[in-house]
Design a protein. Structure first.
Length: 335
């Protein structure tokens, strides 16, 4: 049997690990590592006995989490721009689909829902333990465009479904990823190992998800994004910290600014400048959440090219629903 518990394999990481019976503390932690949402106990007078663990694989947040009591979780913030990939380690999760239908995921099964595109409600049994991936929607679309040449849109993003299952390749990949985070935590969070793991996880996720949704990556109903769009996406992700202009990006991929801007609108429903801004804010948020004691909001924002902290803070609040100082306040906790 494949082991999915990150504490059961490899060397324990220095990532955040907490236990709490305080609803406020649990909510602050979960808002940060997942996104704002509403949790309700399924019973009267129940107090949580939560176990919380988080680490990173590239841009993906990995969490091992339980409330210790039966709960329902819903009203996820679409503004956070995240998809959830929930794998049950112990107990059962009941996921609400459309038209009052539900799908259960017992131990070893995985469920995916893009909370930036669709409403999502899930109920967890009293003994539940979950291994969850929080994946930015932008990472999903980036990977789809690079791999398939097009953004599949709501045909895929609005589909909630189970993938993988006991003994599947997806389950084996999760186990490998968890073993790597335990044995090589720094390399999994950053660097080539983390980037390669991220690519494997997202690519496998998209492939299985597309199969369940009836999306054929080789037979798109729309035109594929040109190669220069895919190269521009990669260029922005690599150089966002340097504030590339539309002209810089166009020169790097060998097209005119007008062609680049029109293609971004057509294939990604955004502009090059908006895409750069999103990557900068995502990069700052990741660094704030993992900042060392000596790093400040000002130093991190400044390293990403923000000079006016007031304008930066306003943009950060609009994007993530909290002040930069709130993200920085938690920081990593050694365990």
């Amino acid at each position: 049997m494949v082991v999915l518990d990150p504490f059961a394999v490899g060397r324990p990481t220095a990532a955040e690990r907490r236990a709490s019976e305080d609803w406020s503390e649990i909510q602050l932690w979960s808002d940060r590592v997942y996104m704002p949402y509403v949790v309700r106990p399924l019973g009267v007078g129940l107090s949580p006995r939560s176990s919380m663990y988080s680490t990173k694989i590239g841009d993906i947040t990995v969490t091992r989490f339980s409330y210790g009591i039966p709960v329902s979780v819903g009203d996820f913030s679409s503004d956070a721009g995240n998809a959830l990939v929930l794998t049950t380690i112990r107990g059962n999760a009941r996921h609400h689909l459309d038209h009052d239908a539900t799908a259960d995921t017992p131990a070893g099964d995985t469920f995916v829902a893009d909370c930036s595109r669709v409403d999502y409600l899930v109920e967890f049994s009293p003994d539940h333990v979950q291994l969850n991936l929080t994946v930015p929607h932008a990472l999903l679309t980036d990977t789809a465009v690079r791999w398939w040449g097009f953004d599949p849109g709501d045909l895929l993003w609005r589909r909630k479904c189970a993938i993988g299952g006991g003994g599947s390749g997806w389950q084996a990949l999760l186990a490998y990823a968890m073993r790597t985070t335990g044995e090589l935590p720094g390399h999994a969070t950053e660097g080539r190992i983390g980037l390669n793991l991220q690519e494997l996880l997202v690519g496998h996720l998209l492939t299985e998800w597309a199969a369940r949704a009836g999306v054929d990556p080789d037979r798109s109903t729309g035109p594929a994004a040109p190669g220069y769009v895919r190269h521009a996406v990669q260029y922005i992700r690599e150089y966002a910290r340097e504030l590339p202009t539309a002209s810089d990006i166009a020169d790097a991929v060998g097209v005119s600014v007008r062609t680049l801007s029109g293609s971004f609108r057509k294939y990604l429903n955004t502009t090059p400048a908006e895409y750069v801004r999103e990557q900068r804010l995502q990069g700052i948020r990741e660094e704030l959440l993992t900042a060392s004691p000596g790093e400040t909001v000002a130093s991190i924002a400044g390293a990403w090219g923000y000079v006016n902290l007031g304008l930066f803070a306003a943009a950060y609040r609009r994007r993530f629903g909290e002040n930069p100082s709130q993200s920085r306040a938690f920081g990593p906790v050694s365990g």
